[in-house]
Design a protein around this ligand. Sequence first.
Ligand code: FES
Ligand code: FES
Length: 178
Amino acid sequence: MTKFTVNGQPVAYDLAPDTPLLWALRDASNLTGTKYGCGTGDCGACIVDIDDRAVHACQISIKAVEGAFVTTIEGLSLDRSHPLQQAWLAERVTQCGYCDSGMIMAAAVLLKHNKAPSDADIAQALQNVCRCGVYPRVRNAIQSAAKMMAGSIISTGNSAVETPAPAATLSPDNNVKR
Ligand code: FES
Ligand code: FES
């Protein structure tokens, strides 16, 4: 048995230890949000969060994950309310959608470590391949999610609205404070 945690739940897989994590997730756990694209570590469709790292699930065995905490797209939020998921809708990122979960999981890991990533940071962190070419919308969505997480933007369902900067107030000593 190979034991680790997936989306907050303990799991024990009675599979060959060299089974790729991708197949354990998809076939044994029915977590099919994690996609199989290339199988060679090039496309990023299979990216999951393992202990706060973006990892290609097609390239790592379940044995190598023993004891770790794995999060898939299904575990990112209970109700698709993660800022990235909201931003994906607001920016209308999805075309065919096949790359979405890998892109979102890679972005989620990026935002754990970098609260305000630049376009260059995003390009470096997300080497994912999108055959539909939605890269500019992905970049906008990640920037938007970062602002949501920082509280400078609010989601209104299918759109995101920039919140006005708080009104300047005068303190008793006449220094302007926000
Ligand atoms: S399926 Fe894993 S990187 Fe393409
Ligand atoms: S939206 Fe189609 S592969 Fe990215």
